[in-house]
Design a protein around this ligand. Sequence first.
Ligand SMILES: [Zn+2]
Length: 322
Amino acid sequence: MVASGGPPTSRHLGLDLGGTNIKWAVVERDGGDWRVLDRDQVSTPTADGPDVVVPHLAAVGAEAIGRSPVVTSVGIGVPGLYDPAAGTTRFLVNFPGPWAGRPVAGPVAAALGLPAFLINDARAFGLAELRMGAGRGATSMIGLTLGTGVGGVIAIDGRVHQGHDGTGGELGHQTLEPDGPTCGCGNRGCLEAFARADRIAAACGTGTAEAAMEAARAGDPRAVAGLALVGRYLGIGIANMIAVINPDVVVIGGGVSAAFDLLRGPIEAELRERVHTTALDRVRLVPAELGTWAGAIGAAIHGAEASGRGDPVAARPSAGAP
Ligand SMILES: [Zn+2]
């Protein structure tokens, strides 16, 4: 199919490597329009380490392509740090085993016969929301994914900003309190150290973040106060980013964003307190729209756009990848 005057439609696979599940999506691109053709998920053999997980990722990709043939690129979302040029992982959160320097894009590219590109899972979430979700049409956007950790994403001029090694947009690791609680990254007082799920539960006096939301909805005073405090820190972090980026839209996603209605008030109060450089009525604060599939969809879009741009990549199938 050739759209009138535009490029032909094309199909792209996204794989979202999570600690519990590998989610995948095949998206179709028709000019500037994207749509999801198919998607599914299988469990991740996380405990077996990279020698098992990487071939499994390729096998899941082959299965997906079998269901939606004529895919032309693959994007792989990873929950951590990676080397974009080498297509290797540096560190994956909650994945045991030797993942430092592990080729991932190369073996998947070789197995599928397609160019493969890595992207951080939070940046994949942001790219999906920017093209197909709550950030659609925005020129500049910031996004946060609230869950076990706090992922972040920045888009400028309609593109997700990756930085030189893919860590651009780590909004969760901005310092909010110089001597604040320790963060998993090694710093103190990061936004993530206040707003990740286990710290939300602790602030609310509950066992889990889900229980904190339930308790707050039931009117439990400690949970209401705890979520207000979390919302305050989120608001400070978002205010900082509004000063830096001047975004059209701020998108809040991730599992904890089920509490968006509870967090919105405290976040907006903090923004009114701190943002004086721009008009807040021009900055939309919205929940994400694509749910748990955003990572797989965004990985697919990243592969499509990176291969379309001819981004340098070590993971073309002809590169003699292992
Ligand atoms: Zn941190």
